[in-house]
Write a protein that binds this ligand. Structure first.
Ligand SMILES: CC(C)(COP(=O)(O)OP(=O)(O)OC[C@H]1O[C@@H](n2cnc3c(N)ncnc32)[C@H](O)[C@@H]1OP(=O)(O)O)[C@@H](O)C(=O)NCCC(=O)NCCS
Length: 141
């Protein structure tokens, strides 16, 4: 089940986020994002357990995906795909541009985003200590 996150999800979101970045909870203040009026935090729940989430900033017709993580035990079941679809099409905003940044070696994520029509528009050399970053974008008419 897809739904907007609430305060009871914060601990689990931080737990999943730490898979991606051990400093996740200091980098992203989910509590503030739930209330700031321009962030979206969507979770995917299975039998009362949050198994994936996506968070993004939505400003007018532009969306920046900040983070997307699926529990390793639940991958390749289209959970990330459902989260992206919910964010960029079902949520009711008329988004003209969706952007994100991804590690250049993160093949699962790059494949996923390409499936949704994202294109690599810029490479940020050595953006991470151990990797380059791709800036990806998806434009709609
Ligand atoms: C990237 C991630 C979110 C994908 O989640 P997921 O729920 O497994 O993805 P989906 O099942 O929706 O996959 C959709 C498509 O993405 C691509 N994909 C997903 N995982 C892949 C993998 N391990 N290898 C290659 N392609 C992959 C495939 O094209 C897949 O379609 P297919 O299964 O029909 O081949 C998940 O692997 C994850 O949480 N990774 C760690 C966090 C991360 O890197 N987040 C993204 C950067 S913020």
């Amino acid at each position: 089940m897809l739904r907007e996150a609430n305060i009871y999800d914060i601990a689990r979101i931080n737990e999943l986020g730490s898979i991606l970045n051990e400093n996740f909870s200091s980098l992203y203040n989910i509590n503030e994002m739930l209330d700031d009026g321009f962030s979206k935090v969507i979770v995917y729940e299975k039998k009362d357990l949050v198994v994936g989430f996506i968070c993004a900033t939505v400003l007018y017709d532009t969306c920046d995906i900040l983070c997307l993580v699926v529990d390793p035990l639940y991958r390749r079941k289209l959970i990330a795909s459902n989260l992206i679809t919910y964010l960029i099409t079902d949520i009711g905003e008329d988004l003209k541009l969706v952007t994100l940044e991804v590690r250049a070696h993160n093949i699962p994520a790059i494949n996923l985003y390409k499936k949704f029509g994202f294109e690599i528009i810029h490479k940020r050399e050595k953006y991470y200590k151990d990797d380059d970053a791709y800036l990806m974008a998806r434009k709609s008419e």
